[in-house]
Write a protein that binds this ligand. Structure first.
Ligand code: SF4
Ligand code: SF4
Ligand code: FES
Length: 367
């Protein structure tokens, strides 16, 4: 047994009072969870502490909170480890507060309906099969499902939603959990609306191109769903497979990135923006009405960069190539010479079975 202090964020909208912090002393073995600590405080000191929980085994997804500032499941976080973390940062108390990016209903309980579930509904989270249903069940080759297994592992805890930095600045962003759910259907061979789904998510200003690749969702997800990787898969399907030229210039941005890296080996920042508006081409962005329309509002940003000295005409016009740039080109050539893109699931581990290429099993994804 050891003594710990939990500093819990309290808020009761019915009281009319502002949120406040309250300390609770608990005694538990270090391997027990923060959720056990909260329940002990609730049991011994104040039955009115609001916390949502059920399975206590990281399955039901109901006990998402922020512990020492990090979004996670309370039942999946050892109290001893959280206390050691707290000792290193704030001198002792384990700080527990409700998840971010969602309105607080009471104490540690947030309104999942208002944000998480609304966003999941936004991506049409069910199969839209084409044609008449088969006489019996749909038969799907096992390997076709490997790619979606990772997104199927989501327990809808909302922890990634809480941690998402894009959602913090744009509450309308569809968000990591819902987009991971979207990939579950985009990657399902039974679905007949793949292109429509992708076009919808690409054209939405709060869709797949609103993610800033901050990796926060990957870091916090307790089920290794890696929502950001699912978003990248959606993008690849939209750009490479369907060549959806969206109004958010996501397609152009991807083309611009790859064109510049292939040419210079490092990112020529000054060309990234204009090339993005021209589907990767500098010339096209300057002569096509669509590119010009996008370039004009970007002009003040460029002027500010020049005035502040962040951008110099020399830097804007010239960009050094890597000394071994040919090696970068060789990598591009090698990847492009493959007939099929290799998308490996990060989730499946195990032995290669008969007939399965050994390198495709139990390995991190090559994307
Ligand atoms: S990687 Fe994208 S979706 Fe994930 S937390 Fe960051 S901004 Fe949000
Ligand atoms: S993707 Fe992970 S963190 Fe996000 S809701 Fe699903 S299980 Fe929770
Ligand atoms: S109580 Fe079910 S996931 Fe924590």
């Amino acid at each position: 047994m050891a003594d710990y202090t939990l500093k819990i964020r309290r808020f009761n909208p019915e009281s009319g009072d502002a949120a406040y912090w309250q300390d609770f002393g608990i005694d538990l073995p270090p391997e027990r969870s923060v959720l056990d600590g909260i329940l002990q405080a609730k049991d011994r000191e104040d039955a009115s502490i609001g916390i949502r929980c059920s399975c206590r085994a990281a399955i039901c997804g109901s006990c998402g909170v922020r512990i020492n500032g990090k979004s996670r499941l309370a039942c999946n976080t050892r109290i001893g480890e959280a206390a050691a973390e707290a000792a290193a940062s704030n001198g002792g108390a384990v700080v527990v507060e409700p998840m971010g990016n969602m309105p607080v209903l009471k104490d540690l309980i947030v309104d999942m309906d208002a944000v998480h579930w609304k966003k999941v509904q936004r991506v049409v989270p069910w199969l839209l099969p084409e044609g008449p249903p088969p006489d019996r069940e749909y038969l799907v080759p096992a390997e076709a499902m490997i790619d979606v297994t990772q997104s199927m592992a989501c327990i809808h805890c909302g922890v990634c939603v809480s941690a998402c930095l894009s959602l913090e600045v744009d509450p309308d962003f569809i968000g990591p959990a819902a987009l991971a759910k979207a990939y579950r259907f985009v990657g399902d061979p039974r679905d007949g609306a793949t292109e429509e789904r992708l076009a919808d998510l690409a054209e939405d200003p709060h869709g797949i191109y609103d993610c800033t690749h901050c990796f926060a969702c990957i870091e916090v997800c307790p089920k290794d769903v890696a929502p950001m990787s699912q978003i990248m898969r959606l993008r690849r399907r939209a750009t490479d497979d369907f060549e959806i030229k969206d109004r958010n210039n996501g397609y152009g941005h991807e083309q611009a990135f790859t064109t510049l890296i292939e040419k210079y080996g490092t990112l020529h920042e000054a060309q990234l923006l204009p090339r993005s508006f021209g589907d990767g081409s500098l010339l096209k962005s300057q002569i096509s009405p669509h590119g010009l329309k996008n370039l004009i509002p970007a002009a003040p940003t460029a002027i500010r960069g020049l005035v502040s000295g962040k951008v110099s005409p020399r830097k804007a016009l010239t960009h050094p190539k890597l000394p071994d740039q040919n090696q970068v080109r060789r990598i591009f050539k090698q990847i492009e010479s493959k007939d099929e893109r290799l998308e490996l699931n990060l989730y499946i581990v195990g032995e290669a079975g008969e007939g399965e290429p050994e390198e495709q099993v139990g390995k991190e994804g090559v994307e």
